[in-house]
Design a protein. Sequence first.
Length: 442
Amino acid sequence: MKWFRKSKTDKVIIAVSLLFIATTVAEAQELSINAELRPRAEYRSGYSTPITDAVSPGGFMLQRTRLGFEFKNAYVKTHLTLQDARTFGESSITSEAAASSGALSVYEAWAEVVLIPGGTVTIGRQTLAYDDNRLFSASNWSNTGKAHDAVLFKYQLDDSFAGHLAFAYNNDKAISKETVYSGLATYRYMGLLWMSKKLSEGLLLSATLLDEGIQDKTTNADGTTTYSSKVDMYHRYTTGGNLKFLEKGCPFDFLATAYFQFGKTTATKDLNASLFALKANYSFHPAIKATLGVDLYSGDDGKDATKSKTFNWLYGGPHSFNGSMDYWTASLPTAGLMDTYAGISGKLTPKLSYDVQCHVFKTAKELEYSNEKHGKSLGSDLDLKLSYKMNSSVAVEGGWSTYFLSDNSRYLKLKSADAKSRTPNWAYVSLTIKPEAFKIKL
């Protein structure tokens, strides 16, 4: 009964304290640890670019190792991923020498804080991935992946609407006055607005607006880069979006894409480029899904040094597009590109899946060299892939691809339509080991 003899102020303090303790105890907190080990063996004989008979094909082993830590409660989520990406043999067998190679790095390090119901801010080194990963992607195929030093605001209360606003501003080091940026992250300034709206059941519309400020630079004849003494940036803008239909239980789905780029591609060259794409799938059976699609990238004859119509891939996962041989992903032809493709995929068993695709390439504009017109054909690409999920932690994947060259593809890649080369082939086997996440409820 001593409670009733306490002052009103004491009662309020005790009540608030008890409420705080109860809330703290009841609040869900979780610490998780995850890991990934992914070795991949590759055989390359004309991958990306044809090689002549005088050059031998190459084989090598890559390995990516990641260790991730994540803590979250109702108000904040923090994430750290350590990464070691290497080629077998690039580090000394001696432990001391191997440690000095500096292969270990921080892939992700960010914190996400709740601001308002449905609204958060994430700050730090983080992956940005949107839509079909064409413009922004974690680029999982790459041995190192892609991450940005950025501030990201996110708002989403339900599945009907989502909005993201990201900002980044890069420097080589801490500065006391404005200095030239060497361009390690491509852009110096980046502003991104992405929105997604559910139009109806299964129908989703997304829109992207991107502004990049890029430090002026000059590529010299010897391949070196010289940066302007000015700190002014030129800007490249990308805008567009996707219309996606994907409804559970419906055998048909599609994705329509349109992007436009304008502004500057260099400080002295105007940019006016576009990309239009359409992809459709139809599932006849869990074992058979048919795919048809076309990607059309703008281009020109390249004769005007002050203008460009060549679309830039930006920060997406290009290996997922335009064929696995990657002939037209590192850089698109100046004359543009049309990729028409078809394929089948599916699950042969609950653990075994396959994917077969064929791409036929043409330039958007007719090619002209040696004072003659040579049409648009760039040859074709055939890709085969098998994936086997051994268990919840281990999966193996293998693939083989070949490229059927044309005179035009030889000319663009080897600067000679008559160049003799090996038949391009590429094969890989990848093992991914992801132990189940270790979680602790705090």
